[in-house]
Design a protein around this ligand. Sequence first.
Ligand SMILES: Cc1cc2nc3c(=O)[nH]c(=O)nc-3n(C[C@H](O)[C@H](O)[C@H](O)COP(=O)(O)OP(=O)(O)OC[C@H]3O[C@@H](n4cnc5c(N)ncnc54)[C@H](O)[C@@H]3O)c2cc1C
Length: 383
Amino acid sequence: MYRLNEAQTALVEKVRQIAVESIAPYASEVDAQSRFPSEAIEALAKGGFFGLTIPTKYGGLGQGLRVAGAVLDEIAQVDASTAMVYLMHLSGCACYVAYPAPFENVLRDIAAGKHLTTLAWSERGSRSHFWAPVSQAVEENGQLSLSATKSWVTSAGQADSYIVSTRTAGGTAPTDTMLYAVYKDDPGFAVNGTWNSLGMRGNGSSPMVLEKTVIAADRAVCAPNDGFRTMLEVVLPWFNPGNAAVSIGLAEAATRATISHLTGSGMQHLGNRLADFPTLRARLAQMRIETDKSRAHLVAVIDSVENPGPMTTLLVLESKASAGEAAIKVTDLGMQSCGGAAFSKHLTIERNFRDARAASVMAPTTDVLWDFIGRALCGIDLF
Ligand SMILES: Cc1cc2nc3c(=O)[nH]c(=O)nc-3n(C[C@H](O)[C@H](O)[C@H](O)COP(=O)(O)OP(=O)(O)OC[C@H]3O[C@@H](n4cnc5c(N)ncnc54)[C@H](O)[C@@H]3O)c2cc1C
C-alpha cells in the first residue's frame, strides 16, 4: 500500500528480516520485564536504520516519510515499544537534519549507527501541551543554563542525545521557545524515576531532570526563538504520521493474530472452528477494514507531505488521531473475538491492546488533535 520503488521495498524487506530475527524473539520478555529493547535497537543500528532519514552526504540512507512509515509499520507489527523508540529517534533526527551546521558529527554518528536520539519535550508544568514548556533557559554572564523537569522521555538514560525544549531565555510568551541538544553525559542531566506502564513497557519513558545544565552556544537545534515553529513544522510532520504507522502496525498484528486464532482453534463438541461463528468473522472483517482504512489514510498523508498543498496540515493532524483511535478499536475487537485466549496472554493481542492506548495520550493527544482539527475547520486559530 505504501507504493515503494524497488530500492525502498528492499529496505522494508530488510527491516522485516531484522524484526523477525532480532526484535520478535525478545518482544514478550521486554514487555513482561518492562526493559529497554536493547537487542532490537542494536540490530536496527547495525542494519543502518538509525540513518534511514539522514541525507546521504552524511552517510545516511536519505529516505523520507514514505519509507519511514513502512519501516515503523513493520517494526510495530512485532514490537510497538521498539517502534516507539525508533519513532522518537527519527523525530530527533528531523531536528538535526533541519539545522545541520553545528551537528554534522552527530549526523555522521547517527548514520553510522553510533548515536540514538529522542525528544525531551513534555514537562510536569504544561503536561501534554509540549508546545508551551514552563522551564526557561537562564543567561548569566554570557552563559546559558537550563533547569527543567521533563516528565516523560522515551529512551531515557539510553539515548546519546536529547532534543530538549524550553522557553527562550528572556522570552515572555509561552511560545517563545528554543530546542537544544543535550548529551547523555552533560552535567546536571539525569534520569529521575522509573518506567512502569500499562503499555509500551519497553519504551523507557522515564522522567528526566536538568539542574543548571550548561548549554553551549552550538547546542541550539533551531534558529533563535524558533522552537515553536520547529516543533510544529519540522517535527510534527514526522511524528504524527510516524505515530500513525506505529498504530497501524499494532492493528495489523492484532488482526493477523485474530485470523490465526479463529482458524486454528475450535469447539471439539461442535466439530467446528471459531472461524465458523459468523459473529467472530464479522468482528474480524471490521478489524481488517479499520486497519486498511488507516493505512490508506496514512499513504494519502504521505502523498500530501511529499507534495504539500492546502490539505497537508489538516491531514498531518488527522493522521495520528485517526490511526491511534482505529488501533484502539481494532485491538479491542481482537480481545473480544479471541476471548480468554487473548485475555490470558496466550496471544500477542493483549499486548497490542495495551500498547495501542499510548497513541491516544501521547502529545498531541487525540483530544487535542480533534480540537485542532475542529478549530481549523471552523477557521479558528489553533493557538
Ligand atoms: C509511551 C509514551 C511515551 C512518551 N514519550 C515521550 C517522549 O519521548 N518525549 C516527550 O516529551 N513526551 C513523551 N511522552 C509524553 C506524552 O507526549 C504526553 O505529554 C503525556 O502522555 C501526557 O500525559 P499527562 O498525564 O500529562 O496528560 P494531560 O496533559 O494531563 O492530559 C489529560 C487529559 O486531558 C486531555 N486534554 C489535554 N488538553 C486538552 C485540550 N486542550 N482539550 C481537550 N482535552 C485535553 C488529554 O487528551 C488527556 O486525555 C510519552 C508518553 C507516553 C505514554
